[in-house]
Design a protein around this ligand. Structure first.
Ligand SMILES: NC(=O)c1ccc[n+]([C@@H]2O[C@H](COP(=O)([O-])OP(=O)(O)OC[C@H]3O[C@@H](n4cnc5c(N)ncnc54)[C@H](OP(=O)(O)O)[C@@H]3O)[C@@H](O)[C@H]2O)c1
Length: 395
C-alpha cells in the first residue's frame, strides 16, 4: 500500500464515528449511509399513485418566537395534494432529506431587523421554509428533471413540493455524487467554510486561526481547511467531549470548551502573540473575547451569530473598536451566495481533499418527518455534532 493509499484508508475508517451521549442521532460517514440514501427508484406505479388524494404531511409556523423557540411554535397537519396542474417546466418532488440550518431561525422572528432581502419573516400558518435538502422528482413536465432524478432543493417542511420551472436553476445531481455528500461535505456549509477562510480570512501557513462553533457543520470543515493550509488551529466548542473529538478526529492543535473554561484566558495562553484570523460562527461574548486578542493585521471573518438567533436582542458588535484601529484589524461579513460564481472551484477543491482522505466529516442523522421541529431545536441546544440531517420516513 502506498503512503497515499494508507492515508486514504485511515481517513475513510475515521469517517465512521459512533455518537456517544450527545443526542439521539447516529453519527456516521456518508459511505456508511449509502444503503439508506441510494437513489430510491420511482416506479411508474408509484408515480401514477401520486394524485390529488395523496396526503401531504406539513409543518406550519404557528407563531413567531423572539426567544425560546419551542415545538409549540409549530403546527402539524395532513392535507391532500389537490389538483396538481403542472405547467410546462414544473416538477413535483418529494423531500427525502432535510438539512436543518441555523439561519432558518432568523425568519421565525416577527421582525428580523434585516429587511426583506435576507431570510424575511415566515408567514404564520404557512409551511416552514427550508434552506437545504435533497428532493426526488415524482412528476415532471420538465425534460431536464425526469422522474426519479435527485436534486438539491430548499427542503420546505412538507412531504411533497411543487417547484416551478422558474425556480429550477440547479441541475439534477449527477450519478457519481452521493446525495448526502452533496448537502454535507460539498454543500452550502462546507463552501461557506471554504470561502470565509480563503477569501475573507486569507489564511496563510503558520498563522494562528481561531474558529468558534468548531464542532458544527461549517466549523468542522473550517478547522480542517485551516489545518490543510498549514495553520495552527484552535477550535471553540461546548463541552469536553466535543473538544476532545475536535483534537482527535480533526487533528486540530487545541480546543477551548466555552461552557467550562475562561475563553479570554485560554486564548491568551494558546495564542500569546495574538490571533491572526478569527472565524466567527457564534457572535456574542465569545466573539468579544477573541476579538480582544487579535494580532496586528488580523482578520475577523463574520460568518454567523448563532448565539443570538434565539434571542430578541441582536448580537452586539465588539466593545473595543479602538483595538481594531490600533491593530489594523479587518472585520468583514459575507454570505456564501456572494461567491456563487466560484462555487465550482470550491466543489473541486473539497472533492479533491475528500478523495485524498484529508477531510473527515460527520453526519448526525435523525429520521422521521414528525421529528423535524425537535431536530431543528437541536441546532441550538448543543445536542448535535457535525452536519445535522433528517431522513424523511415517507413510504
Ligand atoms: N454566512 C453564510 O453564508 C453562512 C452560511 C451557512 C451558515 N452560516 C452560519 O454559520 C454558523 C454555523 O452554522 P452551522 O450550519 O455550522 O451550524 P451548526 O452545525 O449548528 O453549528 C453551530 C455550532 O454553534 C455552536 N453553538 C450553538 N449555540 C451556541 C451558543 N449560544 N454559543 C456558542 N456556540 C453555540 C454549537 O456548538 P456547541 O455544541 O459546541 O455549543 C454548534 O456546533 C451559523 O451562525 C450560521 O448562521 C453562515
Amino acid at each position: 500500500m502506498t503512503a497515499q493509499e494508507q492515508k486514504t484508508a485511515t481517513a475513510a475508517s475515521r469517517r465512521t464515528v459512533v455518537q456517544g451521549a450527545l443526542g439521539t442521532g447516529v453519527l456516521a460517514s456518508s459511505s456508511a449511509l449509502g444503503s439508506v440514501f441510494t437513489r430510491p427508484a420511482v416506479a411508474a406505479a408509484d408515480e401514477a399513485a401520486i394524485g390529488p388524494d395523496t396526503i401531504n404531511r406539513q409543518w406550519l409556523l404557528a407563531s413567531h418566537a423572539e426567544s425560546n423557540l419551542s415545538t409549540e411554535n409549530f403546527k402539524y397537519q395532513e392535507v391532500p395534494l389537490g389538483e396538481l396542474d403542472l405547467n410546462a417546466g414544473d416538477i413535483l418532488v418529494r423531500n427525502i432529506i432535510f438539512a436543518p440550518m441555523p439561519s432558518q431561525r432568523i425568519s421565525m422572528h416577527a421582525d428580523t431587523g434585516l429587511g426583506d432581502g435576507y431570510m424575511p419573516p415566515m408567514k404564520l400558518g404557512k409551511v416552514v421554509n427550508g434552506v437545504s435538502g435533497i428532493a426526488q422528482v415524482v412528476k415532471s413536465e420538465n425534460p431536464k428533471y425526469p422522474v426519479g432524478a435527485l436534486l438539491t432543493a430548499s427542503g420546505p417542511w412538507e412531504d411533497y413540493t411543487r417547484i416551478s420551472g422558474r425556480q429550477l436553476y440547479q441541475p439534477p445531481l449527477p450519478d457519481g455524487i452521493d446525495p448526502v455528500d452533496a448537502i454535507s461535505i460539498y454543500g452550502y456549509n462546507a463552501q461557506t467554510a471554504y470561502f470565509g477562510l480563503l477569501r475573507l480570512g486569507e489564511i496563510k501557513a503558520g498563522e494562528t486561526v481561531v474558529i468558534s462553533g468548531a464542532s458544527g457543520s461549517v466549523g468542522s470543515t473550517a478547522v480542517q481547511i485551516a489545518k490543510l493550509k498549514g495553520c495552527r488551529v484552535i477550535g471553540i466548542a461546548g463541552g469536553k467531549v466535543k473538544c476532545d473529538r475536535l483534537i482527535n478526529d480533526y487533528g486540530i492543535d487545541a480546543a477551548i470548551d466555552y461552557k467550562n473554561e475562561n475563553i479570554s484566558e485560554r486564548v491568551r495562553a494558546l495564542a500569546p502573540k495574538g490571533v491572526d484570523v478569527y472565524y466567527d460562527n457564534v457572535g456574542g461574548p465569545i466573539m468579544q473575547d477573541v476579538v480582544d486578542q487579535m494580532a496586528k493585521f488580523g482578520r475577523v471573518v463574520l460568518c454567523g451569530a448563532i448565539s443570538a438567533y434565539d434571542d430578541d436582542n441582536p448580537a452586539p458588535g465588539p466593545r473595543n473598536m479602538l483595538r481594531l484601529v490600533v491593530y489594523s484589524v479587518t472585520m468583514r461579513g459575507f454570505l456564501v451566495s456572494d461567491f456563487n460564481s466560484e462555487r465550482d472551484l470550491a466543489f473541486a477543491d473539497l472533492r479533491k481533499w475528500k478523495d485524498a482522505g484529508d477531510l473527515v466529516y460527520k453526519i448526525d442523522l435523525r429520521t422521521g418527518f414528525k421529528n423535524l421541529p425537535e431536530t431543528f431545536l437541536a441546532l441550538f441546544s448543543g445536542e448535535k455534532e457535525g452536519s445535522l440531517l433528517l431522513k424523511n420516513d415517507l413510504a
